[in-house]
Structures are given as C-alpha cells and as structure tokens.
Design a protein around this ligand. Structure first.
Ligand SMILES: NC(=O)c1ccc[n+]([C@@H]2O[C@H](COP(=O)([O-])OP(=O)(O)OC[C@H]3O[C@@H](n4cnc5c(N)ncnc54)[C@H](O)[C@@H]3O)[C@@H](O)[C@H]2O)c1
Length: 331
C-alpha cells in the first residue's frame, strides 16, 4: 500500500519522533491529522506546518474523541506515549496511556474501517539482550512497566488483526535521537542531557558503570524505517526492528559528544544505576533489509554532530535551561 494522498492520523504527532513523521507524511502528499495532549509534545514542534495539518488537542484515553477522530481516516500511526522515566514512579499512568490508549485506538480503528494501523512500539519490550544482535523473535522480557505497557500495546495490535482483520503492524524502533528530542524534566534523554551539561561546563552524570549499550538511531533513519514498514504489505500482522544496528556504550557515547563539543577535558561522574535499566541493546535489522531494503544512513558521530548543530542554533540560553535540569529525572 502506497502511503500518499491518504488521510493519516498521527497520535503523539507533536512529540519528538511524531513531528518528524508528520514532516515525512506531508512531503509525500498526505492529509495529516495530529492527536496530542502536549504532556511531552509541543505545538512548536509543528509550528512550521500548522497551516498544512489538522491539530487536535486531546487524549488517547478519551474513547469518544478517539472514535470520532478516526472516522474517515485511512492510516493511523500510533505514537502517543507516556515515557519510561515516568513509568518508574507513576506506573498506572503508563498503563493507561500506553496499553489502554492503544486498545482504544485499535477498537476505534476496527469500528471505523481504518485501512491500516501502524503501532510504534519500542526495543524496551525486549528488556536486556539474551543474545545479540536482537532479532524480532528475541523473547519479550521488559524490565520496566513502560516496556511491559508497550508490549501490551503490541499484543492488542496483533490480536486486532487476528480477530477483526484490522490490517496492522508493529515497528520496534531502538533509541532515537536528533532535533526536537527532549532535554527537559522527566522526558530528558541521555544525549540532550549530556550536551546541556557539557555546554554549561558541568560533569555529565552516568548512571551505572557506563558499559550499558544502546543502538542509537538518528531520527531521520527511524522515520524512514517507520514509513517504509507502513507501506510493506508483507508486514501485516507482523513485527519489525528499526535501528542503526550498531552497539554504542554510554561511555563511548559521552566521548563522541565531548569530542563534538571540544569538551574532552570534562570527566564524567558515576552514580547508581537507574532502576530497571537495560544492560545491552543492539538490533538485528536483517528483516527490515529483506522486506523493504531498509538502510540506515547516519553514523553516531555524524548524527551527534547534526544534533549539536541543531541544538546550538536554537538560540537557547544554556544557563537558564540548565537551572531546570533534574539530575535523577525518574524520581
Ligand atoms: N525516542 C526514542 O528513543 C524511542 C525509541 C523507541 C520507541 N519509541 C516510541 O516512539 C514513540 C514516540 O516517542 P517520542 O520519543 O517521540 O516521545 P515523545 O514523548 O516526544 O512523544 C510522545 C507524544 O505523545 C503525546 N502524548 C502523551 N500522552 C498522550 C495522551 N494521553 N494522549 C495524546 N497524546 C499523548 C505527548 O504529548 C508527545 O507529543 C513512542 O510510542 C515511543 O514508545 C521512542
């Protein structure tokens, strides 16, 4: 199915990945509606295209809104989420938004004969690697309520296909970074947080020994993968990993950021691990390559440079931003 000239709904479209996906969907001539309640998303992430989209402020937990907004929609990309760090202290809201919210979307899509439902899951459903690289049949052993709630969303998505023939598919992105990623509060991610601390000449804080690894993927590569997966008919009722497929430790990541900012002289400080932190993540993307010739393009060094170029061109007051930084942002 070609995703062009269609009516598309993006939940969580004012967020980091969602707003880049909206850009891609507009480039490919789709009519885009965004549903977002701005818990972590921002209207300004879409300020460049507000005249081209329908932006609806609302909650995926609001069943009647979800039902009415999915009427007359061809394709749903479901990204709305409560994040991992929120799940540590507030697991119920994670369950409500990530699991129940996904069920609401599936049921509304079934009732309204939506043609395709694309669920954006997460590598967090795997937990720590039992073997590496991790392919799609790796067992689901989430270590956090966030991972568990994303896995519940996957199961609702797959069973909606099996029972009701809702044409659906699951995309599992690995850690994504790039412009518009979060540095603030509970939503702050490691790359923006290291960048902000270094720009303020403060030591970056590593939780754990820094040997934990992630498969950092630049946002344009993640969005390209989501878009290609959504068009792949062979993926209906199935799951695919989307990632750069290279393993980077947090210690190595920090070295790359320090080099890009010329802050090699600033050493990290080490603190206790975050509860439930995954130790090892690296994707096997053979399936995405085979099904739709997915080829991630941006290396971690290039991606970090691009991110820093963007961050430092925003006119931010680094000192003011840093005042609001929460060190242990899951507590
Ligand atoms: N960023 C990553 O590294 C990463 C990695 C793997 C998977 N993912 C997945 O990608 C998707 C997008 O993640 P992101 O990093 O862009 O996160 P984000 O926090 O930037 O985006 C989530 C969006 O959902 C919105 N939202 C939250 N609760 C809502 C609700 N109840 N109703 C409507 N909207 C709501 C937020 O306001 C925000 O705009 C998520 O489903 C996430 O699980 C992200």
């Amino acid at each position: 199915m070609k995703i062009t000239n269609l009516k598309v709904l993006v939940t969580g479209g004012a967020g980091f990945i969602g707003s880049h996906l909206v850009d891609k969907l507009l480039e490919t001539n789709n009519k885009v509606t965004v549903l977002d309640n701005y818990t972590s998303g921002k209207r300004e992430n879409l300020s460049h295209c507000l005249d081209k989209i329908q932006l609806v402020e609302g909650d995926v937990c609001d069943k009647s809104l979800v039902y009415s907004i999915t009427r007359d929609i061809d394709v749903i990309f479901h990204l709305a989420v409560q994040c991992l760090r929120v799940s540590i202290n507030n697991p119920e809201i994670n369950h409500e938004v990530n699991a129940t919210g996904t069920l609401n979307l599936c049921l509304a899509a079934i009732k309204n004969w939506v043609r395709r439902f694309v669920y954006i899951s997460s590598s967090e459903v795997y937990g720590s690697a039992k073997y590496a690289p991790m392919n799609e049949v790796h067992p689901l052993l989430p270590t956090t309520i966030y991972g568990a709630s994303k896995a519940a969303g996957e199961l609702y998505t797959l069973s909606s296909y099996k029972t009701y023939n809702l044409e659906s598919m699951i995309v599992r992105p690995f850690n994504t970074y790039g412009p518009r990623s979060h540095f603030e509060g509970a939503y702050g991610e490691v790359i923006p947080k290291f960048t902000l601390r270094l720009l303020n000449d403060k030591e970056p804080i590593i939780f754990g020994n820094g040997k934990q690894t992630r498969d950092f993927t630049y946002v344009s590569d993640t969005v390209a993968g989501i878009f290609m997966a959504a068009q792949c008919d062979e993926l209906i009722g199935d799951v695919v990993n989307i990632a750069k497929a290279s393993e980077v430790s947090i210690n190595a990541l920090l070295d790359i950021i320090k080099k890009a900012l010329s802050k090699e002289h600033i050493d990290a400080v080490y603190d206790e691990s975050r509860p439930g932190d995954v130790i090892r993540h690296v994707a096997d993307i053979t399936k995405a390559k085979r099904l739709f010739r997915y080829t991630p393009k941006i290396s971690i060094e290039e991606g970090i440079n691009k991110y820093i170029e963007w961050f430092t061109s925003q006119g931010y007051d680094y000192k003011e931003l840093f005042k609001k930084d929460i060190t242990h942002n899951w507590q």
